[in-house]
Write a protein that binds this ligand. Structure first.
Ligand code: SF4
Ligand code: SF4
Length: 344
């Protein structure tokens, strides 16, 4: 059997799938699960995934896998193809992030030691989705490769209220914040093919995380001292206010995606290790930021308004929080500044 998932993973040999465990005793399976955990960092679940090629209607309701919200699975289905190898935009960034995350080099780097050939074939090779899809694609005729499903989603951005009751320079700082939010909302944030279904959803998710980061630092951040040009939040404040943007807990995502995206717009963000902590102690083996030992800092370049714009961000987000509570972030995401028109 040679069953391939929609993102190129080998379902026939996947430790989470139904097949390898079929031939194992309960004891062997326990050992196999522990080995998978040691090498991959995650323990295969006891109830097997029926594979993502199984239609939704045939997946048992209690099944934890496949992930029914998987963007690649939805994109492939909407595009009417069996897997991403048939797609003209392959490999899009969404499939690269999933089908390309685990391979021999990335696993050995994380473990800090080489793995044996047997371990490689048993636990790592099944997940080398991108190279598997490339091999499959090389066998196609050009007419077998098709355009993927395209998404048409309108971006909501409120206009800047020109009649703000603030002195000219303060108004200019609010306008700088509005421009920053608008630019972020209109940007593909480094993603290629943002018109495809999977990439559009990836973009929405990425945008929400970038805006949430700005929100946390803006609303709950403090200036270090009177002369400070940074807003700073401590670990607990950062963790308590991540909202639905849960990937803000994963350091590689924050560093490579959020910080990089913000730097394009003149926003400098960094995680700083506190005294007595080393960089390598700040995240778990699976990449989650630990709940101690660091703080987040953020500043604005002069070109986007510098410290006055940072202060305007703070005023704006705090007013939103005061007026709208849990719904404040939505107004922020829409760059809605009507709240600044309300007199105390
Ligand atoms: S977890 Fe993914 S690769 Fe493994 S069996 Fe399920 S769909 Fe296939
Ligand atoms: S656009 Fe959709 S079908 Fe095409 S490679 Fe990306 S996830 Fe796969």
């Amino acid at each position: 059997m040679n069953l391939v998932s929609k993102c190129g993973i080998a379902c026939s040999t996947c430790p989470w799938g139904p097949y390898p465990r079929n031939t194992m005793t309960a004891k062997d399976f326990d050992q196999y699960r522990n080995n998978a955990k040691r090498i991959l960092g995650y323990m295969p679940i006891k109830t097997p995934c029926p594979t993502c090629q199984t239609p939704n209607s045939k997946i048992p309701a209690a099944s934890k896998l496949p992930n029914l919200r998987c963007l690649i699975r939805q994109c492939v289905d909407k595009s009417g193809i069996a897997n991403c190898a048939y797609c003209k935009r392959f490999p899009c960034d969404t499939v690269k992030a999933t089908g390309g995350a685990w391979h021999r080099k990335s696993i050995e780097e994380r473990l800090g030691t080489p793995i044996s050939e047997e371990e490689y074939h048993m636990f790592v090779e099944p997940f080398e989705g991108i190279s598997r899809l490339m091999t499959i694609r090389a066998t196609f005729r050009s007419e077998e490769i098709v355009e993927p499903a395209i998404a048409h989603i309108k971006t909501e951005i409120a206009g800047f209220p020109e009649n703000l009751p603030f002195p000219k320079d303060e108004k200019a700082s609010f306008k700088a914040v509005h421009k920053l939010l608008t630019t972020i909302k209109e940007s593909p944030l480094g993603l290629r093919d943002p018109d495809t279904f999977a990439q559009q959803r990836t973009l929405e998710n990425r945008r929400a995380h970038v805006l949430r980061f700005l929100w946390i630092l803006g609303c709950y951040g403090k200036f270090e001292n009177d002369k400070g040009v940074y807003l700073v939040v401590d670990t607990n404040t950062y963790e308590a206010n991540r909202g639905s943007e849960k990937t803000l807990a994963i350091w590689s995502f924050v560093k490579n995606t959020v910080f990089n995206a913000l730097s394009e717009f003149g926003v400098r963000a960094e995680r700083v290790a506190l005294k007595g902590f080393k960089e390598e102690e700040l995240a778990t083996g699976t990449g989650y930021m630990r709940s101690r030992g660091w703080q987040m800092k953020m500043s604005f370049d002069e070109e986007i308004g510098g410290k006055p714009a940072l202060e305007a961000l703070q005023t704006y987000t705090r007013k939103l929080e005061e007026k709208y509570g849990k719904k404040a972030f939505q107004h922020f995401s829409d760059a809605d500044m009507q709240v600044l028109l309300i007199k105390k």
